[in-house]
Design a protein around this ligand. Structure first.
Ligand code: SAM
Length: 210
């Protein structure tokens, strides 16, 4: 199920601020060299992440799920000049593509990659963070949320991707369907945050720490 029709998505993309050329280059390489290039967040969600980084004045941010770096570049672009985004992934191969494009972007030095199972890397980090983005293995979402929310400052924001899972949240069948349903229920009853589940792209849970 398309959450939003492709015509409306196209219209929204056409009415959203243009991207720096490094993103076109990154998309080209990702489509040529990886098996699931559609995992990239793309222009709409990327510009939204950049805007959130600007609105929160993000100086420290954390990401789970670097892949080839589209979302990391987007967030880092909106962060303060001295900002630092720590981005986590388990896959060094896609990370090499990410790093090559971080090196090309004028703001890319704000991004630091960490390789390994995200839950272990998170356990070794300490806050406070201003902004977080989670876009990785769906079975880990509750654990990532529980690790990250206490590290966000009051007023800090966490965004969790794919939370409508192509509409399968309404009729879950697979383990990943059920993981997203369980995550949304977990986030929705968390008294530490105010949250909204947006129909942008594949669904984004956006929450602000009280
Ligand atoms: C949907 S992609 C992220 C896309 C990225 N946000 C972008 O815009 O290009 C999910 C990523 O999560 C990573 N991942 C999956 N399981 C993980 C784990 N246990 N720890 C860390 N990263 C993991 C995968 O290697 C993959 O690169």
């Amino acid at each position: 199920m398309d959450i939003v029709s492709s015509e409306i998505e196209d219209y929204c993309r056409a009415h959203t601020t243009d991207l720096h050329p490094v993103y076109d280059e990154l998309a080209k390489v990702t489509y040529a060299e990886t098996e699931c290039p559609q995992m990239q967040v793309g222009k709409l969600e990327g510009r939204f992440l950049k805007l959130l980084a600007q609105l929160t004045g993000a100086q420290r941010a954390i990401e789970v799920g670097t892949f080839t770096g589209f979302s990391a570049l987007s967030m880092a672009e909106g962060m303060t000049e001295d900002g630092q985004l720590i981005t986590l992934d388990i896959n060094e191969e896609s990370g090499r593509i990410a790093q090559a494009h971080f090196d090309m972007a004028p703001w890319g030095s704000r991004i630091e990659r960490r390789i390994g199972p995200a839950i272990e890397t998170l356990a070794a980090l300490s806050g406070p963070f201003d902004l977080a983005f989670v876009d990785a293995d769906k079975s880990g979402y509750i654990a990532y949320w529980d690790a990250i929310v206490p590290m966000l400052r009051p007023g800090g924001v966490i965004v969790v991707d794919n939370t409508l899972w192509s509409g399968r949240v309404l009729a879950p069948e697979s383990d990943s369907d059920r993981a997203i349903v369980a995550f949304n229920a977990h986030a929705a009853k968390d008294p530490r945050v105010e949250h909204v589940l947006l129909t942008v792209r594949d669904g984004m849970m956006v929450a602000r720490v009280r």
